[in-house]
Design a binder for this molecule. Structure first.
Ligand SMILES: Nc1ncnc2c1ncn2[C@@H]1O[C@H](COP(=O)(O)OP(=O)(O)OP(=O)(O)O)[C@@H](O)[C@H]1O
Ligand SMILES: [Mg+2]
Length: 340
């Protein structure tokens, strides 16, 4: 039985700019940082290859831009198998997922981004696919309807999500490997700067690379974004070597402060201090006050602010730790913010 695979179901989620003219890690050696996870995955990949079996299903958690999709590609490269990529929001019907599953070749990696957003009935199709490599589909309607079982090629599902809390229990327990990517350290990000600047043929001083690493909020995607602006600045101003001055200019253009906080991070902090005396304030109210999408605040800003200890989540809402209130206020005033 052959099924036509809707092309739009297999998409590239990364932005075009991320992919243009920047280095993309191929194997484990190019995937920098995340040492503990990498060590474990190397063993699992090698064992799967030795047994000539597909790798166990893998669930990757972590804030945007930390390298979930990239890690899935790296694993695929190391396994030397095929790769299909899709995203949960575009899989609307069970038939969509069945079409993708039945098109998989043996040991292929199927990457489903934002896997927490699969509709319940579609998610249930995954259960037997993951456990027994088969799917049950209903053919026909009414009294004549019958269920047939379609066998699938043994495959590896890699699911990625930024929202840990939204993965259902039954789905999570079907993943043999569950890993959480954490923010990168500045020196690891400096290595990623170097990797990309070498690729671009852009000489950069170690202190300039580390400065980018410190201000990229622990995130490789932001490293790459900053580096692109650095490159623009260096090119236009005819700098053949990237030093601290060039980096500082680029960071100013991007409105990233010395702690890596963006304009939106700072706006959130200002609202919490100015309008709510440091909090607590609910997410909905914050979104309304800043005019920002709730998901952006929750998935992009908060993880970093929480990690820096600039924000706390309490049952009554978000608040700035009282110990930090004074120093954050001072910092924002220095940046030109008025509180009266
Ligand atoms: N460990 C790493 N070493 C080198 N480059 C990396 C690493 N992790 C990520 N990158 C680079 O950072 C960019 C963002 O990574 P990626 O798209 O995989 O993040 P993501 O976690 O899938 O984000 P999202 O949640 O938005 O889908 C990519 O262009 C990738 O090349
Ligand atoms: Mg991704």
């Amino acid at each position: 039985m052959s099924m036509e695979l809707p092309v739009e179901l297999l998409t590239q989620q990364e932005t075009a700019e991320d992919k243009v003219l920047t280095f993309e890690p191929k194997g484990f050696d190019d995937y920098l940082g995340q040492k503990a996870i990498k060590e474990k995955l190397k063993v699992y990949v090698q064992a799967a290859k030795m047994r000539e079996e597909p790798l166990d299903h893998l669930l990757l958690f972590g804030p945007p831009g930390l390298g979930k999709t990239t890690l899935a590609r790296v694993i695929t490269h190391e396994l030397d198998v095929g790769f299909k990529i899709t995203s949960a929001p575009i899989i609307e019907r069970t038939g969509d997922l069945v079409a993708i599953l039945t098109s998989l070749t043996p040991h292929e990696v199927l990457f489903i981004d934002e896997i927490h957003r699969l509709p319940k009935n579609v998610e249930e199709i995954l259960y037997s696919a993951m456990e027994n490599f088969c799917v049950d589909v209903i053919i026909g309607q009414g009294a004549g309807a019958k269920s047939i079982r379609l066998p699938l090629s043994p495959f590896t599902l890699v699911g990625a999500t930024t929202k840990t809390s939204l993965i259902s229990g039954p789905l999570q327990t079907r993943f043999g490997i569950v890993e959480r990517l954490d923010f990168y350290e500045p020196d690891e990000l400096a290595d990623i700067v170097k990797q990309n600047s070498d690729f671009l043929g852009l000489p950069i001083l170690p202190e300039a690379a580390l400065c980018i690493g410190r201000r990229a909020r622990g995130t490789p995607r932001i490293v790459k974004r900053i580096l692109r602006r650095v490159r623009d600045y260096a090119q236009v101003h005819k700098h053949s070597l990237v030093d601290l001055e060039v980096v500082n200019h680029a960071l100013k253009f991007l409105d990233i402060d010395e702690d890596g906080l963006t304009k939106l991070d700072r706006r959130l902090l200002v609202h919490i201090i100015k309008d709510f005396d440091g909090g607590p304030v609910g997410l909905d109210t914050l979104a309304a006050m800043t005019g920002e999408d709730k998901d952006t605040i929750e998935e992009v800003c908060e993880p970093f602010l929480l990690r820096c200890g600039l924000l706390q989540k309490t049952p009554r809402g978000r608040q700035i730790p009282s110990k930090k209130l004074y120093s954050i206020r001072k910092k924002l005033i220095k940046d030109g913010q008025k509180f009266i």
